[in-house]
Design a protein around this ligand. Structure first.
Ligand code: NDP
Ligand code: 8X3
Length: 252
């Protein structure tokens, strides 16, 4: 496609979402930047007048998602790329001690919010006969770790939903890509540990994590390949991260 594309990024107030919005804006595309913290989105939009539309949107609010994304104004109305990025992990407690409200919030945001945004945008893509959905999953979808319980399970949903979307959309000229990062230093761990910045920083101590810009680069790349290529699934870790052997509990 020639000329600027219209990109909708959820969770554009921080981390991957903000870096991705910036990447597309710098490439000359139009960006609809959504999140709950409007002041941050306005600051981004101020840097890119006319090309960036900031929208306050809580992806958990089904009615708001359907009405706001269903009535996007003028030049922003035909979304070419939807980046389903808004999401979070809350807590790292074992399942028997986990906070049920944390589980609810992760399911409502990472699963339900992502499906609402997809359902709001997809009919337009189908009608126009073009589009690309990029979903942010996680290595936690495939690789369990202690305390990852509900978070990993929400990302396993994103993995399978992405694959199933592809099968539904076969023959419609709509691409679906799943990007599954490992450790990346954003506000992710600060949110996971309820604002405890020291605890969050300790997660990345002594190793080089991925950066938000690294992920933005990858998201952008999946959307910039020739139109007959679909990147289905891309798992990305920092070089300093890998798997462990199986854990074995022994009686003695
Ligand atoms: P950040 O905490 O830096 O960013 C998360 C973004 O999601 C923020 O912009 C936040 O905006 C938005 N968000 C959270 N809840 C909602 C909501 N209810 N409605 C709308 N927006 C919401 O984390 P990351 O950039 O790291 O995370 C982005 C995605 O990447 C998430 O889905 C995360 O699970 C995933 N991920 C992160 C990894 C990492 O190590 N950092 C690795 C693998 C995947 P606001 O609060 O303003 O609404
Ligand atoms: C974030 C990656 O391993 O911190 O999805 O859960 S991890």
């Amino acid at each position: 496609m020639s000329g600027p594309r219209t990109i909708l990024v959820t969770g554009a107030s921080s981390g991957f979402g903000e870096a991705t919005a910036r990447k597309f804006l710098e490439a000359g595309d139009r960006v609809i930047a959504t999140a709950r913290r409007m002041a941050r989105l306005e600051a981004l939009a101020d840097e890119h007048r006319e090309h960036c539309l900031p929208l306050a949107l809580d992806v958990r609010d089904r009615e708001a998602v359907m009405s706001i994304l269903g009535s996007l104004p003028g030049p922003f109305s035909d979304v070419d790329v939807l980046v389903n990025n808004a999401g979070l992990a809350l807590g790292l407690a074992p399942a028997d001690q986990a906070d049920l409200d944390h589980w609810d919030t992760m399911v409502d945001t990472n699963i339900k919010g992502l499906t609402y945004c997809t359902r709001a945008i997809l009919p337009g893509m189908v009608a126009r006969g073009r589009g690309h959905i990029v979903n942010l999953g996680s290595v936690a979808a495939s690789w369990p770790y202690p305390g990852g319980n509900a978070y990993g399970a929400t990302k396993a949903f994103v993995q399978q939903f992405s694959r199933n979307l592809r099968t539904d959309l076969l023959g419609r000229n709509i691409r679906v890509s799943l990007v599954e990062p490992g450790m990346c230093e954003t506000e992710f761990s600060v949110v996971r540990f309820d604002g405890d910045k020291d605890k969050a920083a300790a997660v990345y101590e002594g190793m080089q994590p991925l950066s938000a810009a690294d992920i933005a680069e990858i998201v952008f790349w999946t959307t910039s390949l020739p139109p007959h290529i679909n990147v289905n699934q891309l798992e990305v870790m920092p070089v300093a991260q890998a798997w462990s052997p199986f854990a074995v509990h022994r009686d003695s």
